[in-house]
Design a binder for this molecule. Structure first.
Ligand code: NAP
Length: 544
């Protein structure tokens, strides 16, 4: 570490430049970055994590907007690698809020002494592969540089915020922000006229919370979403003891399900039981907290077809029941996409917000936003005067955060150029021509920590394999990559997530290629595939 390298200056004289050297550089100190650091250090690698933020936590550092919380059960989301940590940490709520989640990740960073290898406020602006020396050179915005054999991108799948290209934003006299860059000092919304653009999982959480304090709220909705009650509650002492005693079973259950959530589908078809039995199950699960309503329901509720539409109508009617004004209710009822084809937000009092006198729902599909004016938002048919505009407009998912890193592989090729028509990887992890680069963020989806831990374990094992067998490089072969890209397209075409225009397929970003950005396979299938690849001497990878 901290080796000096001799270089020739522009004037032709020798100069000595200090360049930190590591076995591995991790970009990002969120949930996957922290665990990668812990695991690699334990395996004897010298590691440095560069984190853009002023603190650790990634998603849970940046997303400070009111209402931000888990919608998977807190005790299924925490790390499983340390029994001591599991027993020490008390989750306070079944669906824990952002401040608590950030506190948890800071606790982990302190407990495992991770901070000494994390450099905060360190935005990576480029990463270039040096072919002669088989090492990555990473450049930070502040001029600092470092090199390593391995490079791990743990920059999240939803971290490059998307701001629509509205004209006039600079002319706006009030305050504005994107939810993913909520100011650390908070935003004073009390008594203000606030506009929220976007009604995805973020908008739905935010709107329900800020409607309690603003003077007036205008919600600009382009597409109505299927949402369901979260039904959060505090964890009492007895439940806390039960949770702590049953972590092995909780995690075992998670590892058996497609999305690594704790809920197991009912193997029956919704259409093979009587209408009464079907409705009884819909209603019973509706009264339960979290994702159980669909992930523990009849399995075909989440497959395109009759059961899916039957359940969609059940949910539509639930929305209609909660909104007093039938015209507003119909605006909130989704009719243009299948249930489950977009990420399903869980909410706490979201629909009731539209029964408040000081809340206005604006349909920006019918009359699109034309521009931001000094006074507020101008749509095709009106101008809405606002003090604050909040953009809950989502993310340039998966590839957006990678593109920002400006990664150059063999022959100077950039990952951004290579991914123009969608990601080209093998299992999401590795891309041909980019040796020793592991795009962990592009391969992890579902109940995030459950999916990330085994993935990080697999990547660290692969790095040990390279080290122990005296190789210097590992990267996907072009053949394995081509086969994987074809598989994503073919298998992806059959799943619900590719049927709607959402971030899952890049359709939320104008001009972005429409390709499934995540694996089409379930978590157990992905893990089995990776295990087999490793057992076969890293089949599909080029080891040099
Ligand atoms: P999103 O689902 O992509 O929603 C973005 C919203 O902005 C949509 O309503 C979209 O409308 C709207 N929008 C975008 N451009 C617009 C424009 N030009 N004019 C009007 N409206 C526009 O983003 P998100 O809500 O941030 O959620 C992203 C993902 O983050 C979620 O799917 C989820 O995976 C994750 N998330 C998780 C949690 C949690 O775990 N608790 C919470 C929040 C988010 P259209 O639908 O018409 O495009």
């Amino acid at each position: 570490m901290g080796n000096s390298r001799k270089q020739t200056s522009a004037a032709g004289t020798d100069m000595v430049e200090k360049m930190d050297e590591f076995d591995a550089i991790i970009i990002g100190a969120g949930v996957t970055g922290l665990y990668s650091l812990y695991r690699l250090r334990k395996l004897g690698f010298s590691v440095r994590a560069f984190e853009e933020g002023g603190g650790v936590g990634g998603t849970w550092f940046w997303n400070r907007y009111p209402g931000c919380r888990f919608d998977s059960e807190s005790y299924t989301y925490g790390y499983s690698f340390s029994e001591e940590l599991l027993q020490e940490w008390d989750w306070k709520e079944h669906y824990s809020s952002q401040p608590e989640n950030e506190r948890y990740l800071n606790y982990v960073a302190d407990k495992f002494d991770l901070r000494r290898d994390i450099r905060l406020n360190s935005r990576v602006v480029s990463a270039v592969f040096d072919q002669d020396e088989s090492r990555w050179q990473v450049q930070l915005e502040d001029g600092h540089r470092a090199r390593s054999q391995f490079l791990i991108t743990s920059v999240g799948i939803l971290s490059a915020g998307y701001m629509p290209d509205f004209e006039g934003i600079d002319s706006f006299k009030g305050k504005w922000c994107h939810t993913g860059r909520w100011p650390a000092e908070g935003m004073d919304l009390v008594g203000k006229r606030v506009g929220v653009i976007g009604t995805g999982a973020t908008g739905v959480q935010l709107i329900a919370e800020i409607a309690k304090e603003v003077a007036h709220l205008t919600v600009f909705q382009r597409t109505a979403n299927f949402c369901a009650p979260l039904r959060n509650s505090p964890i009492d002492a007895q439940t806390q003891r039960e949770i702590k005693a049953s972590y092995p079973e909780i995690f075992k259950k998670c590892m058996e399900t497609p999305g690594s959530f704790v809920h197991q589908f009912d193997p029956r078809s919704a259409m093979e039981v009587s209408p009464e039995e079907r409705l009884e199950q819909y209603e019973r699960l509706w009264a339960e907290p979290g994702f159980k309503k669909w992930l523990a329901n009849f399995h075909d509720v989440m497959i395109p077809g009759q059961a899916n539409e039957d359940y969609a109508e059940f949910v539509r009617n639930k929305i209609r029941e909660r909104v007093h004004d039938p015209v507003v209710a119909e605006m909130l009822v989704p009719k243009d996409h299948m249930f489950g084809s977009k990420r399903l937000p869980c909410e706490s009092g979201y629909y009731e917000v539209y029964n408040q006198d000081n809340v206005l729902l604006v349909d920006v599909r019918a009359a699109p936003i034309e521009r931001i004016t000094p006074k507020g938002v101008k749509t095709a048919d009106a101008e809405y005067e606002l003090d604050v505009i909040i953009f809950a407009t989502g993310y340039d998912a998966v590839t957006g955060s990678l593109n920002k890193l400006d990664i150059h592989g063999e022959g100077g090729q950039t990952l951004k150029d290579k991914f123009t028509n969608g990601p080209r990887t093998y299992m999401g992890i590795s891309s041909a021509g980019f040796p020793n680069l592991f795009t962990i963020n592009a391969a992890s989806v579902g109940n995030f920590v459950r999916a990330a831990e085994p993935l990080v374990d697999w990547v660290s094992d692969a790095m040990c394999y390279v080290r122990e067998n005296q190789f210097t490089r590992i990267s996907a072969t072009f053949e394995a990559e081509d086969a994987w890209v074809d598989h994503v397209a073919e298998a992806g075409a059959k799943i619900l997530r590719t049927q709607a225009d959402s971030w899952f397929v890049g359709a939320n970003i104008p001009g972005k290629a429409r390709v499934l950005l995540t694996s089409p396979d379930s978590a157990p299938v992905m893990r089995a595939m990776r295990t087999e690849v490793a057992a076969n001497g890293y089949e599909g990878f080029l080891l040099q």
